[in-house]
Design a binder for this molecule. Structure first.
Ligand code: N01
Length: 541
């Protein structure tokens, strides 16, 4: 049986950097990746219009200044192929591929308490062992295809945005139906509408979206970013959301309506997430939230020419409590003659038929169905595997359908020694600029492993009390906001049977980093170690 010091799952941003760090530390490391290439999210999400909603000069690794200087982004919000190209560039530069086994899924992992080793079962039935078991599976990699009656009868083609084919899907001359208007749907709808003969959007919840106003970068702007790399990196790491920028200090309610409107108009003109970050209480105070929500509703009424369509597009939940979306011509697309909008909250989908789908109102015939129905977020990717810790207890059993989902810092689990999750539940993860949070976790984990090697430790495990306290803190921070009020994938409300819990730490990237650093500096407070009986042998330095 092959034995590694560390096994990492996933070759996206997380797994690639984890591999780099562990190899630098002298550990024999193997990454398993289900796809046939690197990229993670950016490998799978190839739907038309897919692009990032974090600004590209911040949506990259910062561990290597050389890398930062060598790579040049074309535009503010680059499309999926460019981000995938970047990740391939990183894999080439650091020669990562020889330690990644592609087209291989990890099905199960079991902690062998006696030998203090993880036994990891792959999809070909073989088993490898590793002292450290690390997941870099992302928060949004388990796609959610709701159980629609009759899908098997559909005679046309159908696709999920999170699992898009690698060859171009040609919509020319076809009638297309798309279900879902989250970030994926809002990006895909304008792109598909340009090609299809007719596009019908089946919308359950209308969304707030602001214009991205993507544009090619001015070479001088890029030159300055590269010049100021160290300062940008510091600001990203100390920020709230993972990108430089002013932390809002004012309440939306302490300024005059005129001043507020001017601020929102300016944010709308510049594009991006400016409305979301304009005042500190947008996601905390209902009245403050209403000012931003109403501003966007007014914009929708101005853009969408047909009043009945505009009415259907009016969102009513608290703005920002579902992922705030940025778009390119989303609302404008509803002015096209070849696009229609169906309200499936009012008239729910009853079944998928041979020729399309039926709502309570009638049947819609389509050649192609696109499911932009999202993901089983946060815990879904981890629970796709059968991960078992001490006493054979599985993560699924421990978390009990979401009722008991608890972690320590979002990186470790009581009962699961030597198991680390990169951007796991209850870390800042998806409510931050992901690469920043990924780098912080990877560095914390590799520092911890090096500490264990230096101190001859055989295992590390989170304490139950520390885990409970962290989970409680995480919940308290979330409950002080409006986030937990929304039916979103943030809370697990999109998955039937999943207990509603808000599993993202909202304390901010900088504060979280400091907390994790303090815990490490205090000898890994909240964890307990077991010493190795004899000095650790092997490839570890
Ligand atoms: O998924 P979603 P997504 N019948 O869950 C609808 C990241 N991301 O893939 O709101 C009818 O947001 C559902 O309706 P409702 C980003 O973090 C980033 O779009 O539940 N409709 C909703 O409209 C994002 O938040 C980027 O009522 C059904 C949609 O499907 C996350 O991924 C780009 C239904 C799902 O929306 C997920 O986004 C893309 C049903 N049975 C994604 N079930 C960028 O960086 C679900 N829906 C730009």
């Amino acid at each position: 049986m092959t034995n590694f010091d560390a096994v990492v799952i996933g070759a996206g941003f997380s797994g690639m950097y984890m591999l780099y760090r562990l190899r630098e530390a002298g550990l024999s490391t193997r990454v398993y990746e289900a796809a046939d290439g690197v990229g993670g999210t950016w490998y799978w999400n190839r739907y038309p219009g897919a692009r990032c909603d974090s600004e590209s000069i911040y949506y990259n690794y910062t561990f290597s200044e050389e890398l930062y200087r060598e790579w040049t982004w074309s535009s503010r919000y680059p499309e999926q192929p460019e981000i995938l190209k970047y990740l391939n560039f990183v894999a080439d530069k650091f020669e990562l591929r020889p330690d990644i086994q592609f087209k291989t899924r990890v099905n199960a992992a079991q902690y062998d308490e006696e030998n203090k080793i993880w036994q990891i079962t792959l999809n070909d039935g073989s088993t490898v062992t590793a002292k450290y078991f690390i997941t870099g599976v992302g928060c949004l990699s388990a796609s959610n295809l709701p159980k629609f009656n009759g899908l098997e009868n559909f005679k046309g083609e159908y696709y999920h945005t999170g699992h898009w084919p690698h060859t171009k899907v040609d919509f020319t001359g076809k009638t297309v139906g798309i279900i879902g208007t989250g970030s994926s749907g809002v990006q895909a709808i304008p792109a598909i509408a340009k090609e299809a003969a007719h596009l019908t959007v089946f919308q359950r919840t209308p969304q707030y979206s602001a214009p991205a106003r993507n544009h090619p970068y001015d070479p001088e702007y890029i030159r300055q970013a590269k010049e100021n790399f160290q300062e940008i990196k510091r600001q990203m790491r100390e920020s709230t959301g993972g990108a430089p920028g002013d932390i809002p200090t004012k309440s939306a309610l302490e300024v005059t309506p005129e001043e507020r409107l001017e601020k929102y108009e300016e944010a709308w003109r510049i594009g991006g997430q400016g409305i979301f970050t304009s005042y500190y209480d947008i996601t905390v105070n209902e009245e403050a939230n209403k000012t931003a929500s109403e501003f966007i509703r007014t914009k929708i009424r101005e853009i969408v020419k047909k009043p009945d369509v505009a009415d259907k597009l009016m969102p009513s939940y608290y703005y920002g409590t579902k992922r705030p979306i940025i778009d390119t011509d989303y609302y404008e697309t509803y002015n096209r003659e070849n696009v229609s909008l169906v309200d499936v909250k009012k008239n729910p989908i009853v079944e998928i038929t041979e020729k399309g789908l039926r709502t309570t109102e009638g049947e819609y015939e389509v050649d192609v169905l696109v499911f932009a129905t999202g993901f089983d977020g946060m815990t879904g990717p981890l629970l796709k595997m059968d991960i078992r810790g001490k006493d054979g207890v599985s993560l699924k059993e421990k978390w009990n359908g979401g009722e008991n989902t608890r972690t320590y810092l979002g990186v470790a689990n009581a009962g699961f020694p030597n198991f680390f999750m990169i951007t796991g539940p209850e870390s800042p993860s998806v409510l931050s600029n992901m690469p920043v949070s990924i780098e912080q976790h990877v560095e914390w984990i590799s520092d911890c492993i090096e500490y264990m090697c230096e101190n001859n430790m055989e295992s590390i495990e989170a304490n139950v009390e520390a885990e409970e306290a962290w989970s409680k803190h995480c919940g308290e921070v979330a409950n002080a906001t409006l986030f937990s009020k929304a039916d979103s994938w943030y809370t697990g409300a999109n998955i039937p049977g999943k207990t509603r819990r808000f599993l993202i730490y909202l304390g901010g990237v900088g504060a979280y980093r400091q907390k994790c650093a303090e815990i490490a500096a205090n000898g890994y407070e909240g964890f307990h170690f077991e010493k190795a009986p004899a000095p650790i042998q092997g490839s570890i330095k």
